[in-house]
Ligand binder design. Structure first.
Ligand SMILES: [Fe+2]
Length: 250
């Protein structure tokens, strides 16, 4: 668990990806993802999305970290395959992660019905290794129903000391089981930044916040090594919800 061991693994894991995010070439969404770490593809509601909603009715699991997740969503809601198998998304992510490393983790097939408590509201990265998450909104997401906020460009400083300290902590302490329960007391705070650190980093790097809002059908693609956070619901409406499909790649 030494720093040298962490650094060796970081070099190996990052070198192809590093080349990818600094490449100036590519299609516009790919270029945007490399530059900002996040792409918001504004969408429109389509019939098959309503079919997904119908297929998912009544399937929500228990509340966990502020989310109700439905795993193996593709089997339970076959209409959702259209999202999970969408070539325009998978090709974008494969190009970004430099090919052959696109991989769906078990929880990629999930739907989150987030209400009330939102999981992580401190700025954080999800992992020290390159990962991409893709959301498809199945409800309109506005400032009121807990949109994610992403710091544009914060995925790029791979070898900055502020990042490596946090990543090394993550490397040492972050452990979860197959059901996403934390296995160490430190795990839940791994990768998290307090507000004074974020204020300084934003001032130093000029990062802008982007609020990931959009109508039903909007797709959000983001690099989870970039700093992002959830927000609480900003509404008195007891039925407020944020509904999405999520896919993860590594
Ligand atoms: Fe996150």
């Amino acid at each position: 668990m030494s720093f040298i061991e962490f650094f060796k693994q970081k070099l190996v894991i990052n070198w192809r990806y590093y080349k990818s995010i600094y490449s100036p070439f590519g299609e516009s969404e790919l270029r945007e993802l490399r530059k900002h770490g996040v792409v918001i593809r504004k969408g429109i509601a389509q019939d098959w999305m309503n079919r997904v909603l119908n297929e998912l009715k009544g399937l929500e699991g228990p509340m966990q970290l502020g989310s109700q997740n439905i795993y193996e969503v593709r089997e339970k809601a076959p209409s959702s395959k259209r999202f999970f198998e969408d070539k325009s998304i998978t090709q974008l992510v494969e190009a970004y992660l430099d090919g052959g490393r696109s991989y769906r983790k078990r929880f990629s097939k999930r739907i989150a019905l987030v209400s009330g408590l939102e999981g992580i509201q401190l700025y954080h990265f999800d992992d020290w290794k390159p990962r991409v998450k893709v959301f498809l909104y199945l409800s309109e997401v506005t400032s009121k129903n807990a949109p994610m906020i992403y710091l544009k460009g914060s995925h790029r400083s791979k070898f900055a000391w502020w990042r490596m300290q946090k990543e090394y902590q993550y490397f040492r302490y972050f452990r979860i089981d197959d059901d996403y329960n934390y296995l160490t007391p430190e795990a839940k705070d791994c990768g998290c930044f307090l507000l004074p650190d974020i204020t300084d980093l934003k001032a130093r790097h000029g990062w802008e916040e982007v609020e990931c809002v959009g109508p039903m059908g909007t797709v959000i693609v983001f690099d989870t090594t970039g700093l992002h956070r959830g927000q609480p619901f900003n509404t008195q409406d007891p039925n407020a919800t944020r509904l999405l499909l999520e896919n993860s790649f590594k």
